[in-house]
Design a protein around this ligand. Structure first.
Ligand code: GAL
Length: 738
């Protein structure tokens, strides 16, 4: 049993009398429950115990807000069919409390409903609460408004941060606390914080105290299930591993935390895509090999991250993250099973069939069959075995990049490169159960088919919003004005000159800007590709501007591409995140001493929020004048018949030919888009990664954008785009995935 203060909190104490009169009865009942009767969850040094029994955990990450309630039942039933017994999800504070004290648990944010569906599907849940979650989500899951609090430093022992976290955890637990297994629900484990080791160097001892405080705060708010932390857990909290491969770290963790089981909270099934980078694929054989190596070394719980990746709807993606979060996950972005889910399903079911050996069998000392050159015989051939009664489960691993021959329980075997083979022995005879080298006979091929709908487009040019704020001081963090409800902000100023001539204007901008002087476009001073991690100097740009005698009107449209997901994105605490004109504006090296005005958002966004369409009235009321090459609003509509809506094939928008912007379906923002091409193979970020294959070089990172069917209705459906780069929508189309 994990000997921590945690253990005593796990039973169904709520329903049991605690005063002295009943205490012996209570203790007896608790003992019974711990022996397998009732909704208890414990851990011993081997596994998670549910209702008193050790369980093998096959879990898949499905982020509820990256799909829609209509998609959830299918995703869950496909997950179950692939042998999963658990669903893992993060909780996205930022999406549930977008403004301080304003909560949203509706639609795809209806976490309670999602958990209930998991329960109905007979699945357990690992809930990774955060408050910080990373996950390529906006601001790593923290709400933007934290930065407005005086003295705020995120993710450390800081009172303003801890007060905000405390309020949120209490609110969250009021919403979903009853879904813990201890109260009859599906949640078996809860994670607090996330991969703290990535930032622990910055926060030192205070950081460790903060982690301990997270536990107290979670417990006080009503967390009853065991707590885990991945990659950085204080004593007393179950420490778990993340990565493409974790077997090499298991022995060290076992030594350090002898009383807990080894759980793999993030077995990465692929990788995410940022705008302008190649697509990532992780071969199924490689996942199966690593998962088997993990179980061979005594691991008893794996969570595939992601199992269903889904879509970053609206503005929920982090800085530079593409709208698709497909991740090359086993269930594809559209909620459909793939070859990968089918093949991993075979592995899960095979292991589950022999769970008794893995959970209760004697783990024999690993044997070196062929000696390699690397530590822990990473590149040699290893044999791991579990014995129970007269049965033996043998897992042979060839970690070498070449085939190897070895004698396995008396039989000579040739093991292809990087393979794991499972054998079952009984009465001295061995049969092969599984090999990662065998391709199971499943071939799921999906394609996109043009629905044939013709789209006729209308165009309205965006206009600079009249200044809502006068006299803003530069550097200026526009998040205070946009409240992170829009990506856009307009700056304007008038510069007096005594002569005609040219000058060099230096601006510091996060993330992108378009600059006009006296009604002329003078530059879009951003690198074509944005780096995920930036240094302050990366934001400075010099633009040559023509100026004339008298007043010169400067207009700058700043565009945010999402907020960073972690401190390392700005090399500072996240609370220092900024958007807008973030450095003093210089003209020919001198500070530009003028009055700046600022307006948040676009007129078209206001129109969409008010009427769900681009209505000319809202534009004419703004009194603005259009600028050349300003963003344009493109509007179209298409008919959907009853028969088409009943057809289960998912819908997608083909963005071929577009530039960059946002898309709206039936008045609701779907997502950001950016048709930025990936570099050639030599320059793709993960081109030589040992676990990833990159594809899609020199074409846009994302061509198709998922339109969930529940956004559509029978009859006329509207599609609105904000196109920032003036591209033509003529080559776009509506597609179905089959
Ligand atoms: C991990 C992190 C996850 C996710 C993943 C990459 O380090 O914990 O939240 O960001 O990387 O996809």
């Amino acid at each position: 049993m994990v000997a921590t203060a945690e253990s005593s909190r796990l039973s169904t104490r709520k329903t049991l009398p605690k005063n002295s009169k009943y205490s012996s009865l209570w203790k007896k009942l608790r003992k019974m429950r711990n022996n397998g009767q009732g909704n208890s969850v414990f851990l011993d040094n081997r596994a998670v115990l549910i209702g008193g029994h050790r369980a093998l955990i096959f879990s898949g990450a499905v982020h509820y807000t990256r799909s829609t309630p209509e998609m959830w039942p299918r995703i869950l039933s496909e997950s179950k069919r692939a042998g999963l017994n658990t669903i893992e999800t993060y909780v996205f504070w930022e999406q549930h409390e977008p403004q301080e004290g304003v909560y949203d648990f509706s639609g795809c944010r209806d976490l309670g409903r999602f958990l209930d569906l998991c329960h109905e599907a007979g699945m357990y849940v690992i809930l990774r609460i955060g408050p910080y979650v990373c996950a390529e989500t906006n601001f790593g899951g923290l709400p933007w408004w934290l930065i407005t609090k005086a003295g705020m430093v995120t993710r450390t022992l800081n009172k303003p941060f801890m007060d905000a976290v405390d309020g949120w955890i209490r609110r969250l637990l009021a919403e979903i606390g009853d879904r813990q297994i201890t109260r009859g629900g599906p949640i078996i484990l809860a994670q607090l914080e996330n991969e703290y080791s990535n930032v622990s160097g910055r926060y030192g001892a205070d950081g460790q105290k903060y982690l301990e405080w997270c536990v107290q705060s979670g417990r006080a708010a009503g967390l009853e299930v065991p707590l885990i932390m991945c990659e950085g857990a204080p004593d007393g909290v179950i420490s778990t591993l993340n990565g493409f491969s974790v077997w090499a770290r298991m022995d060290a963790l076992r030594k350090e935390r002898a009383s807990q089981p080894i759980l793999w909270t993030e077995a990465w099934t692929g990788w995410y895509n940022t705008w302008g980078d190649a697509h990532h694929i992780r071969p199924t054989e490689d996942i199966a090999y690593e998962v088997l190596r993990f179980f061979a070394m005594g691991g008893t719980g794996v969570n595939h991250y992601m199992w269903h990746g889904g879509t970053n709807f609206e503005r929920d993606g982090m800085y530079t993250q593409a709208a698709s979060y497909d991740f090359d996950a086993p269930i594809d972005e559209y909620g459909l099973p793939t070859d990968k889910s089918e093949r991993l399903g075979v592995l899960h079911r095979m292991l589950q069939t022999h769970a008794d050996l893995l959970l209760h069998g004697e783990r024999l000392p690993p044997e070196v069959l062929v000696l390699g050159d690397y530590p822990q015989n990473a590149d040699g051939v290893m044999l791991h075995a579990f014995k129970l009664d007269d049965r033996e489960l043998v897992i042979v691993i060839n970690g070498n990049d070449w085939p190897k021959t070895a004698r396995v329980r008396g039989v000579q075997m040739t093991l292809p490169h990087k393979t794991a083979v499972v054998l079952l022995g009984s009465g001295g005879k061995y049969e092969k159960l599984y090999s990662t080298a065998d391709r199971q006979p499943v071939e799921i091929r999906r394609k996109m088919e043009d629905s044939g709908k013709s789209l006729a487009w209308k165009k309205v040019a965006e206009e600079p919003c009249p200044d809502a704020w006068k006299g803003v001081a530069i550097p200026h963090n526009m998040l205070f004005a946009t409240r992170d409800e829009t990506d856009y902000g307009w700056y304007s100023a008038t510069v007096q000159r005594e002569d005609d001539g040219r000058a060099v204007m230096r601006i510091g901008v996060a993330d992108r800007a378009t600059v006009w002087v006296n009604g002329r476009l003078v530059g879009v001073p951003v690198p074509a590709r944005l780096k995920e991690d930036r240094k302050p100097g990366d934001f400075l740009f010099d633009i040559e501007v023509p100026l004339r005698r008298g007043g010169n009107k400067i207009v700058i449209l700043v565009n945010s591409v999402g907020l960073i997901k972690g401190d390392w994105g700005i090399d500072a605490p996240q609370s220092e995140e900024r958007r807008g004109l973030i450095a003093p504006v210089l003209l020919d090296g001198e500070p530009l001493d003028v009055e700046w005005g600022f307006a948040a958002g676009l007129i078209g966004e206001r129109s969409m929020a008010l009427n769900g369409i681009i209505s000319p009235d809202v534009f004419s009321a703004s009194g603005g004048t259009s600028l050349p090459e300003a963003p344009v609003w493109l509007e179209t509509s298409f008919d959907v018949s009853n028969r088409e809506l009943e057809d289960p094939r998912p819908w997608a928008f083909d963005a071929t030919g577009l530039g960059k912007g946002m898309m709206f379906v039936n008045g609701r923002m779907l997502c950001r888009y950016w048709q930025l091409a990936a570099p050639d193979a030599r320059h793709a970020r993960h081109n030589r990664h040992p676990h990833l294959v990159t594809t899609g070089h020199e074409i846009p990172t994302q061509r198709f954008y998922h339109i969930p069917a529940d956004l559509l209705h029978v009859g006329r459906n509207s599609l609105v785009l904000l196109e920032e780069l003036g591209a033509s929508p003529e080559a776009t189309g509506i597609f179905r995935r089959s």
